[in-house]
Design a protein around this ligand. Structure first.
Ligand SMILES: Cc1cc2nc3c(=O)[nH]c(=O)nc-3n(C[C@H](O)[C@H](O)[C@H](O)COP(=O)(O)OP(=O)(O)OC[C@H]3O[C@@H](n4cnc5c(N)ncnc54)[C@H](O)[C@@H]3O)c2cc1C
Length: 371
């Protein structure tokens, strides 16, 4: 049986960033991906926003890794010519009752370390984004967008040139501990290898992989819930230049229907939040009215006829509907007698932004294993 030092399961943005980071220090790394290329799931079905770290619970991995990741992402983009734009973001209060919420968000964002946040008056907003409906707004100039495919391609190229072996069409279906090794089995080839370290970055299937290794995912609260986010694009020139978000409300599982722009300047609204039992990326045309109404609240003057079903992504959430927000799980599982297994579970937003910082954290964990 082939022996390797490190096996990475899943080549989404997390697995790719980890492969690139580890490949600068370690040899003998294999990345197993079930699709025929990288980034075919959540990493290519998202808003591509580089978040500033405003919303997340203080001290959480989401807050810390988002702030660190965003900074690192912008550096990577500049050094490697990865397309990105620091468009800036407005969280708009549409009536006076929402003012305390944006004031609170400002304090929270600042405590998290989000940079250059500023409260804007109606007048100031009028100069920056005259087409929004706002009595006040929280402005984050550091929020931006990134071409996520180019980012993943960068991580893939770096990893490959440092010697990482990518095996596509390789769906892991066996993961067992045997003495100091893990036995990793792949469905398509009926192939098995031995690995000292296994890093589970399997996104929507990461709880399933943890379960394969013998972890009780119910008892350990590792079980994922799928939460679909659909988008509608706007088939007219965008009236806004920045990303425009509503004020988030407690009962929301996402950030509320917001306006994002892609690298080509195309305006999109979404994602909404809908817990689902299985993976299905179809966008329900019947949601058009709801999207239009939500969008109109923050940007008046839009035309319902120009709302067109776009794409959808699925969030791997650890919390179910109405439950308290959970943090990312990034854990080495020695306490479960699975030393050398590193699980990444619940890597929902801001996972794209946080990817370089997640990679650094995982690399630190691998260093401590002294393989
Ligand atoms: C609607 C939506 C909007 C979002 N917007 C943003 C945003 O604007 N900014 C931001 O920072 N984040 C955003 N996110 C979050 C971000 O997209 C994710 O956190 C990130 O893409 C997760 O990457 P990943 O590598 O963990 O997972 P994935 O991209 O899902 O990669 C996991 C990989 O594992 C592979 N895999 C699964 N099972 C197996 C197996 N058994 N064997 C081998 N391979 C396997 C899959 O094929 C896949 O390629 C958003 C997410 C959603 C759903």
């Amino acid at each position: 049986m082939d022996e390797v030092k490190i096996t990475i399961i899943g080549a989404g943005v997390a697995g790719l960033a980890i492969a690139a980071e580890l490949s600068s220090k370690y040899d003998s790394i294999v990345a197993l991906e079930k699709h025929n290329t990288f980034g075919q799931e959540t990493s290519s079905r998202n808003s591509e926003v580089v978040h500033a770290g405003i919303y997340y619970q203080e001290g959480s991995l989401k807050a810390r890794l988002c702030i660190e990741g965003a900074q690192r992402l912008y550096e990577l983009c500049e050094i490697n010519s990865i397309p990105h734009k620091r468009l800036g973001k407005l969280i708009v209060a549409t009536d006076q009752s929402e003012l305390p919420v944006i004031e609170e968000l400002l304090k929270k964002g600042e405590r998290n370390g989000a940079r250059d946040l500023k409260l804007l008056s109606k007048n100031e907003i009028g100069k920056l984004e005259p087409h929004t409906n706002a009595v006040a707004a929280l402005y984050s100039p550091d929020t931006g967008i990134i071409d996520s495919h180019s980012l993943m391609k960068h991580f893939h190229t770096v990893s490959e040139s440092n010697g990482v072996l990518f095996a596509f069409n390789s769906e892991v279906e066996i993961l067992e501990k045997e003495d100091d090794w893990f036995i990793v089995g792949v469905r398509q080839e009926n192939y098995k290898l031995k690995s000292k370290v296994v890093i589970n970055c399997a996104g929507l299937a990461s709880d399933h992989i943890a379960n394969m290794a013998g972890i009780d995912i119910e008892k350990n609260k590792y079980k994922l819930k799928y939460c679909k986010g659909s988008y509608f694009s706007y088939a007219e020139p965008s009236p806004v230049k920045m990303l425009v978000y509503p004020v988030p409300h407690d009962q929301l599982t996402g950030l509320g229907v917001h306006a994002t722009l892609d690298m080509g300047g195309r305006l999109r609204f979404g994602p909404d939040t809908e817990y689902v039992d299985h993976i299905d990326y179809k966008v329900d045309i019947n949601k058009k009215g709801m999207f239009y109404k939500g969008a109109l609240k923050i940007i008046p003057g839009l035309h319902e006829d120009s709302f067109v079903p776009d794409m959808a992504g699925i969030r791997p959430k650890l919390q179910g509907p109405g439950e308290k927000t959970r943090d990312f799980i990034i854990a080495e599982e020695s306490d479960k007698k699975l030393n050398g297994l590193i699980n990444l579970i619940g890597i929902e937003s801001p996972g794209l932004t946080a990817a370089p910082a997640i990679a650094k954290m995982v690399s630190g964990i691998v260093d401590n294993l002294k393989i």
